[in-house]
Design a protein around this ligand. Structure first.
Ligand SMILES: [Fe+2]
Length: 313
């Protein structure tokens, strides 16, 4: 079983209806799909791969090798302990956003300008995808974007996590990234061409998100689930630690502004009522910042209690 692969270039041609349906299916049945021919140039993607890898070598690798988690794993192995390393991710990560631009890595040549260019392109792709979701859900054009921006122009949060999952000598003892659903809106992942490890939970089974060179993996977070009144569920995923290869993973996410109020779209709640769907499953109305306060405490725990714990408006 493999997650859907969708040719995004056909969206503007005769096959538009088919591609729209494929995206709707990806959102409803999978929560994850891969886009090929998405319009981001290969030349730019090649530069992104190069600067990200150079950045890890130059500015991160030494720090990872001497990190507490590496020491803890070594200790377990030396003790011949049968324990696993819990509450730890075998991951190195740096978050880029507009707010912290003066802290972006500066030693790696061309890192800043390349990632700036990349983020501009990815943000446009995220906005296109949100419009497709509007249409597929029967919402007015621009609905999701407006909701995430809290009624203001360009107020949403667009972040990019530059991650590496270094080779792990004992992958049975630690995980790359613990299972979770994403808190926010639309996530666009540029994953390693060769080194896998990302898995999603589908019908109770973990399945691989197969590496496909220069594709962009799309998934939806908890806020799209709320806004769509549960039509597009955020899906559990995790990253396994791998014995060979350093997995590069660049995840960008279009999230609501912390001040935005999030709730199921009225149109979709009415539709659910028509079908006599149990209204007890309805999601609360809340401020996204309040949701994030809960999420940071409960990221790796079941999702439903987060909707109950958030302060409802
Ligand atoms: Fe995630």
């Amino acid at each position: 079983m493999a997650i859907p692969v969708i040719d995004f270039s056909k969206l503007s041609g005769e096959e538009r209806a088919k591609i729209m349906a494929q995206i709707a299916n990806g959102c409803e049945e999978w929560g994850f799909f891969q886009l090929v021919n998405h319009g981001i140039s290969e030349e730019l993607l090649e530069r992104v791969k190069r600067v990200a890898s150079e950045y890890y070598k130059l500015e991160r690798e030494e720090g990872f090798k001497t990190s507490a988690k590496v020491k803890m794993l070594n200790e377990l192995v030396e003790k011949k302990s049968s324990d696993r390393l819990e509450n730890v991710d075998w991951e190195d990560v740096f978050l880029l956003s507009d707010d912290n631009e003066n802290e972006w890595p500066s030693k790696t040549a061309q890192f800043k300008e390349t990632m700036k260019e990349y983020r501009t392109e990815l943000k446009k792709l995220a906005e296109k995808l949100m419009e497709i979701m509007d249409e597929n859900l029967g919402l007015p054009k621009g609905y999701i974007k407006r909701a995430f921006n809290g009624g203001e122009e360009d107020n949403a949060f667009f972040g990019t996590k530059v991650s590496h999952y270094p080779p792990c000598p004992n992958p049975e003892k630690v995980i790359g990234l613990r299972a979770h659903t994403d808190a926010g809106g639309v996530i666009l992942l540029f994953q390693d061409d060769k080194v896998g490890g990302l898995q999603i939970l589908k019908d109770g089974e973990w399945i691989d998100v197969q590496p496909l060179p220069n594709s962009i993996v799309i998934n939806t977070g908890d806020q799209i689930e709320v806004l769509s009144n549960g039509r597009y569920k955020s899906v559990w995923h995790r990253v396994l630690a791998m014995p060979d290869g350093n997995r590069r993973s660049i995840a960008s996410f279009y999230n609501p502004s912390l001040k935005a109020t999030i709730y199921p779209a009225a149109e979709l709640v009415e539709k659910a009522a028509d079908r006599e769907v149990n209204q007890e499953s309805a999601y609360p109305k809340f401020v996204f910042g309040d949701y994030m306060s809960v999420y940071v405490q409960q990221k790796f725990l079941p999702k439903q209690p987060r909707f109950q714990a958030v302060k409802a408006l």
